[in-house]
Design a protein around this ligand. Structure first.
Ligand code: SF4
Length: 348
């Protein structure tokens, strides 16, 4: 079985030639599969192709999608969360976050996740498997289909640890750049950080894509190793100081600043002493801190930090010379936290 989604124009021309068709038939497939207005999910719908060519492709197991819509939730602010079923009866989430000028797609890279972050619904269920590049890309088309507009920005912040699925991640980024026409600078890869993989990500990106211009966002969530391990138990394998060292190398190798995600958890990491500690860890380094409000989930002890603590924390970082911004939660009223829609549907 081969999913044509993720194929380049050249690949599709070669498919057409292999079936005794003219190369332009491959270009017709290309134009069709990357056009979100075609609410397509199978090869028979590519009516522009001759009937016998469609039949041959279908008989040989070619597909254009392996996902189906299982559930959707639209929040009051327009954020759309989709639950998609895979062919092996798993489910994954993706989110479309609209604003006037942008539509940001938040994509999953794995079914489940092995990283076990204590604040996350996905982490509670462990890893089932990694997603193929075609399954990653299909999430974009589902969002575009449902929201009836083009995705402009991509964040790999859905289910899974992208750095544990680097090959398919980079294959999908190749297609996002070339086929979906979204530049690398509009893509963010978010990681909780896996030993050695930050270096590997930039190395492989140079090999496969020829450059490495996407934003790397590291979920730090703590200003010291001990606190980090209480939030992310798997962090015990990767010292926070080593993460900063590897991040500095990423900046040197790529010229791109690194973004550090910091989830504000009441009484855990939201005091001014933590803001000072974080400033010392990051000073003199080309980076940016994103403070995030926490979306509470069932069965988890953590609580959202108060707005007052958040603002004090932000001002302290800023006064200490650290670039910082506050990311407000979107779609809070509808299963907005990572893995939450999947968790709620599986409880039904
Ligand atoms: S927050 Fe991300 S890395 Fe952590 S368990 Fe959830 S999906 Fe995995």
């Amino acid at each position: 079985m081969k999913n044509l989604l993720g194929s380049s124009i050249k690949d599709l021309e070669n498919v057409a030639l292999k079936y005794g068709q003219a190369a332009f038939r491959g270009r017709q497939i290309y134009k069709w599969i990357y056009n979100y207005k075609n609410k397509k999910k199978n090869i028979d719908q590519i009516k522009v192709l001759p009937l016998d060519f469609r039949k041959n492709l279908r008989d040989d197991g070619f597909k254009v999608s392996e996902l189906s819509l299982q559930e959707k939730n639209l929040a009051n602010d327009g954020t759309l969360k989709l639950l998609l079923a895979t062919e092996d009866n798993e489910s994954i989430e993706c989110v479309g976050i609209p604003s006037e000028k942008r539509l940001t797609a938040c994509l999953s890279s794995q079914v489940g996740c092995p990283m076990d972050c204590k604040f996350c619904a996905t982490g509670k269920e462990g890893l089932k498997r990694s997603l193929k590049a075609s399954e990653i890309l299909d999430q974009i088309l589902f969002i575009e289909n449902e929201m009836n507009r083009k995705v402009t920005n991509i964040v790999f912040m859905g289910m899974g640890e992208p750095l544990l699925n680097i090959d398919d991640l980079l294959l999908s980024i190749r297609s996002i750049n070339d086929d979906f026409q979204i530049s690398q600078r509009k893509i963010t890869v978010s990681t909780v950080a896996v030993p050695k993989m930050i270096n590997k990500l930039s190395e492989k990106s140079f090999q496969i894509l020829g450059n490495c211009q996407f934003t790397l966002a590291i979920s730090l969530h703590a200003s010291n190793q001990k606190t980090r391990e209480t939030i992310i138990p798997t962090a015990k394998n990767y010292e926070i100081k080593k993460i900063i060292e590897d991040s500095k190398k990423f900046v040197r190798d790529t010229g791109r600043r690194v973004s550090f995600e910091y989830l504000m958890l009441s009484g855990v990491n939201d005091k001014l002493e933590h803001a000072n500690e974080l400033s010392n860890l990051l000073k003199g380094f080309q980076c940016h801190v994103n403070l995030i409000q926490y979306n509470q989930i069932d069965d988890v002890e953590f609580k959202r930090a108060s707005l007052k603590n958040l603002q004090l924390f932000q001002s302290r970082l800023s006064n200490n010379g650290i670039a910082v911004s506050l990311r407000k939660s979107r779609g809070l009223d509808k299963n907005a936290a990572c893995g939450q829609l999947r968790q709620n549907v599986s409880k039904k």
